[in-house]
Design a protein around this ligand. Structure first.
Ligand SMILES: Nc1ncnc2c1ncn2[C@@H]1O[C@H](COP(=O)(O)OP(=O)(O)OP(=O)(O)O)[C@@H](O)[C@H]1O
Ligand SMILES: O=P(O)(O)OC[C@H]1O[C@H](OP(=O)(O)OP(=O)(O)O)[C@H](O)[C@@H]1O
Length: 367
């Protein structure tokens, strides 16, 4: 499934300007047997408390005259529209069998096989849309939730295992600054002005720097790593994954503000309890896809007397499955093992006499 698909299954037309999201008029050629056709009737409250501007839905004023359908009663699920998290989110949706086709110029589309609408938004906007209840579920980075100061308004339901990186203080490798204390009172450039501001405020308090002597934080929207070379900053605060960007800019990290990864979030205060079963279903499906990527199934044969040692090596998530073999002295063991540990686990199994060790990747699972 790809966001690049060109055919149109859903798109909004005839929008009243600045209408609430759920009262927006939608176009769709959904099958009349789809769940949306029998979804719960619209609640007036949805229309009053969803304040997503109409440009999100109809940025170019399209009206292609297809059948009209409302968003009312649908679960709204926010997905990063571009950037590092976008492709991984599409893979997740595909693995969870959330079927949709997105017109390349529309940021909202209806899901064909569930009463859900996907809303494609910048990752940095998703925490406040979810936190304020404009959408019901979202995927974004843990870092942007903190940067948007939305941690008290959203619940992180699931860690997704991708988008892993660290927010770090970086300075020129060849320069005089060796520690964060050396940066006190100097110029910092960042896209994370809230998190960097909090971090350097604490440092300034420790170093008793106030007024003009305090550390200066300046916001830029991108290419943060260029700021030191351009003479705009003494240090930067930016995300680091492989470190390639940092090293290419002649920088190195001297402190870590936080580690982050992509998370599935929902609003802390559920305004629409009728959506809760669908939120649980989607969470369970997504959790299954994430677990399938994280685990493999390890099967092997082992002498019965070595079973305690074997199950200590492969305890499984709950417990290993043990089946008798025709040869009474032997059993077959099947167990889920974390992918990243599998080589060591196989070495240890060989050492205690396991034979016929087989590893299977999982397409999907429920945990
Ligand atoms: N190098 C990276 N490795 C892993 N995850 C990252 C990386 N850079 C960013 N992220 C995660 O993805 C989120 C969105 O970052 P990204 O830079 O893709 O955002 P964007 O501004 O929407 O996209 P773009 O940079 O294309 O404008 C970040 O907040 C972070 O959680
Ligand atoms: O450690 P690395 O693997 O090099 O990744 C780090 C880079 O990734 C992110 O930017 P991205 O490439 O998403 O583009 P952006 O600068 O436009 O946000 C981040 O802002 C860093 O620049």
């Amino acid at each position: 499934m790809s966001s690049e698909m060109q055919s149109v299954d859903g798109g909004i037309s005839n929008l009243p300007d600045h209408s609430g999201l759920r009262s927006s008029t939608f176009q769709s050629n959904l099958d009349s047997n789809s769940p949306s056709a029998t979804s719960t009737p619209p609640e007036a409250v949805y229309q009053a408390d969803r304040n997503i501007p109409s440009f999100v839905f109809n940025p170019h004023g399209y009206n292609n005259g297809m059948n009209a359908e409302s968003l009312d009663g649908r679960l709204l699920f926010a997905i990063p529209k571009k950037g590092r998290l976008h492709e991984k989110c599409l893979e997740l949706l595909s693995g969870a069998d959330i079927q949709f086709r997105r017109h390349h110029r529309l940021d909202v589309c209806l899901v064909k096989n569930h009463p859900i609408a996907l809303v494609f938004l910048p990752a940095s906007d998703i925490p406040s849309f979810v936190g304020k209840g404009n959408v019901d579920l979202g995927i974004t980075g843990h870092d942007v939730i903190l940067e948007a100061k939305m941690q008290d308004h959203v619940e992180e339901v699931l860690r997704l295992g991708f988008g892993k990186c660290a927010l770090q203080v970086q300075v020129p490798e060849a320069g005089p600054i060796k520690s964060v204390e050396d940066l006190g009172g100097k110029r910092i450039v960042t896209s994370f002005e809230v998190l960097a501001g909090e971090y350097f405020k604490t440092l300034d308090e420790k170093l008793q720097l106030t007024g003009d002597a305090a550390t200066k934080i300046e916001y830029v929207g991108g290419s943060v790593e260029a700021a030191c070379a351009l003479g705009l900053a003494d240090g930067i605060v930016d995300l680091v994954e492989s470190g390639d960007t940092m090293r290419a800019a002649g920088l190195h990290a001297i402190s870590t503000l936080l580690e982050t990864e992509a998370v599935l979030i929902k609003s802390s205060v559920q305004k629409h309890p009728s959506l809760e079963p669908l939120i649980k279903l989607i969470t369970s499906r997504v959790a299954g896809v994430v677990a399938a990527g994280r685990y493999v199934v390890c099967e092997y044969n082992i002498h019965r007397e070595k079973l305690p040692a074997a199950t200590a090596i492969t305890p499984g998530r709950r417990a290993p499955t043990i089946s008798p073999l025709e040869d009474e002295g032997w059993v077959a063991v099947s167990s889920m093992v974390e992918k990243k540990k599998i080589a060591t686990v196989m070495d240890e199994l060989v050492m205690i006499g396991a034979e016929d060790i087989l590893i299977f990747n999982l397409d999907n699972c429920r945990v």
